[in-house]
Design a protein around this ligand. Structure first.
Ligand code: UDP
Ligand code: MG
Length: 310
């Protein structure tokens, strides 16, 4: 019998988790000829999430497994740990807050089972219940990253996806420290079918993602999957070099035509110095971001640390 692993990253989901499990069970029980295992990953929650996991495990120790981190490592690390622990022929990744509708599971499974696709993903086609500014930034992010990165990232794609063992192994083979899952799923390739749905709001609890945190996440994602910011430095340098040559020619010609006026323009000089100084700092900053990422990678720290696994 084929086996499906359900990987669920959880951070402070004490209210959502007790609702999540029965909602998923109700759906998966109806899929015939399929073995199910759960991997609940407690990402260092500060609330009773771990207790809820222990309760679920006690109810069904054969199928419900959990692991807990020594601290909060972030959703990407939780996903990775869950994928590593999963033993299924197929693995589905879903959020604990029921924003990823379990009702899709039978459909995802029937599509992936045909063997035509290696992955069945989901994407939101609207963003009801989300702040306008946040949606605006998200849309901009997708258009920017798709322009600067070779990997195509589908707008609104969620992490909610079912993958074959082959694709999961490919994802696991990417051991990078800074993990941007949307990029990683697209980088490994394989044939993905996207199911579309309208945004669903959380059943309980609050999201941990502020607009600022999302913005930083987006910037990291761009740095992880594109070297375009580095080319920006090259272009800025080239442009200011060409402009300075033009300026130089202008100054020399003026010196011969109007020798008396050849040394004026204090304010314009200050502006140019400030502009170039600013551009230089910007470029150093961009290079620095990449060096920081190299630094984190070469330290080769583990992506997560497990405290308890059952
Ligand atoms: N999550 C996690 N670690 C974190 C933050 C979030 O494991 O540091 C989990 C969270 O419990 C949820 C999923 O990641 O199951 C998505 O988080 P959230 O619902 O806050 O994000 P959103 O749905 O708004 O993208
Ligand atoms: Mg959510």
């Amino acid at each position: 019998m084929p086996k499906l692993s359900i990987v669920v990253p959880c951070y402070n989901e004490q209210e959502a988790l007790p609702l999540f499990y029965p909602a998923v069970e109700e759906v998966v029980q109806k899929i015939s000829n399929l073995e199910i295992e759960y991997w609940l990953v407690d990402d260092g929650s500060a609330d009773q999430t771990l207790e809820e996991m222990r309760k679920l495990h006690a109810m069904d120790p054969e199928r419900v497994h959990y692991l807990t981190f020594s601290r909060n490592f972030g959703k990407e690390s939780a996903l990775y740990a869950g994928l590593e622990a999963a033993t299924g022929d197929y693995v589905v990744v879903m959020d604990a807050d029921l924003q990823d509708p379990p009702s899709f599971l039978p459909k995802m499974y029937s599509i992936i089972q045909t063997g035509e696709y290696d992955c069945v993903g989901t994407r939101r086609i609207d963003r009801t219940g989300e702040a306008k500014f946040k949606s605006f930034l998200s849309n901009k992010f997708y258009s920017v990253i798709n322009r600067v990165s070779q990997n195509n990232i589908v707008p609104g794609a969620r992490d909610y996806r079912m993958m074959t063992r082959q694709m999961v192994d490919a994802v696991l083979s990417m051991k990078e420290y800074s993990r941007f899952s949307k990029g990683i799923f697209s980088w490994v390739g394989f044939k993905t079918k996207y199911l579309e749905y309208k945004n669903v709001e959380r059943v309980a609890g609050t999201t941990d993602w502020s607009t600022w945190k999302l913005f930083k996440y987006a910037m990291d994602g761009i740095a992880d999957f594109s070297q375009a910011p580095l080319s920006l430095a090259v272009w800025l340098g080239t442009t200011s070099f060409v402009l300075s040559i033009i300026g130089l020619i202008f100054v020399i010609i003026r010196h011969f035509i109007e020798p008396a006026n050849s040394a004026f323009g204090w304010s314009s000089m200050i502006c140019i110095i400030l502009l170039l100084g600013g551009l230089q700092l910007l470029c150093i900053g961009i290079v620095g971001r990449y060096i920081g990422r190299i630094y984190m990678q070469v330290k080769n720290r583990p992506i997560y640390i497990i405290k308890e696994k059952k």
